[in-house]
Design a protein around this ligand. Sequence first.
Ligand SMILES: NC(=O)c1ccc[n+]([C@@H]2O[C@H](COP(=O)([O-])OP(=O)(O)OC[C@H]3O[C@@H](n4cnc5c(N)ncnc54)[C@H](OP(=O)(O)O)[C@@H]3O)[C@@H](O)[C@H]2O)c1
Length: 223
Amino acid sequence: MTLPRVTLKLATSLDGRIALANGASQWITGPEARAEVHRLRAAHDAVLTGIGTVLADDPLLSARIEDEAPDQPHRVVLDTHLKIGADAKILNDADGGPVSVFCGGSVPVHMRAAIEAKGAQVIALNRFDGPSISFKSVIERLGETGSRSVMIEAGARLAGAAIRSGLVDVIEWFRAPMMLGGDARPVFDSFGLERLDEAPIFTRVAIDECGKDLWERYEKADG
Ligand SMILES: NC(=O)c1ccc[n+]([C@@H]2O[C@H](COP(=O)([O-])OP(=O)(O)OC[C@H]3O[C@@H](n4cnc5c(N)ncnc54)[C@H](OP(=O)(O)O)[C@@H]3O)[C@@H](O)[C@H]2O)c1
């Protein structure tokens, strides 16, 4: 089976933080970077996020580009316990692409039906990474159903899980010239590394200015 190409999009302060300790995060990067994110969404078959981001930001995850009608990516939420509310914007937006919510196999049928009634597909998995459904299984399933490219836009938990999985091929990193300090929320949760030679390594393949921000692209290093 061919796995989709997996891109991780990150928008951080210069010191790699995504929000203040109190959660305030909008907006760290500028309008030019946000416009590029919409172009990136349109260029991917699927855009994937975690329930943490849905509950915190209530995003649409659609591609919105001025004076254009861009391709709309399949929108995917990882939500083990199906905590997403029927009123989540992503479930109530006819303009974006189709929505799939992946949950654990023990979620009761009536809960799945309430989300399916909103027009979303609910996919139950019985493979787990610790307490959450298996990231790799989600990516495999997306590949099986025709996605060739997937972009992750998520918080520290899912972004960290994606890097730890070894399945991230590309990182699109938008970095604002702002410092948030060690009490702010980091871009990844813990890796639990004890040796530097265990650290995931990427190669920088492009660097551009994007308004006041930097836009760096990294690809997974060989070996
Ligand atoms: N700057 C950026 O680029 C950016 C982008 C997006 C979001 N954010 C910020 O990130 C914050 C939210 O971060 P977060 O860490 O709470 O949320 P998250 O990473 O978006 O979602 C994490 C949740 O996804 C679920 N999940 C399901 N399968 C998973 C798996 N295999 N691995 C990891 N998680 C899995 C887990 O809950 P269950 O186990 O219950 O399913 C987990 O708690 C918000 O403040 C938001 O603004 C920043």
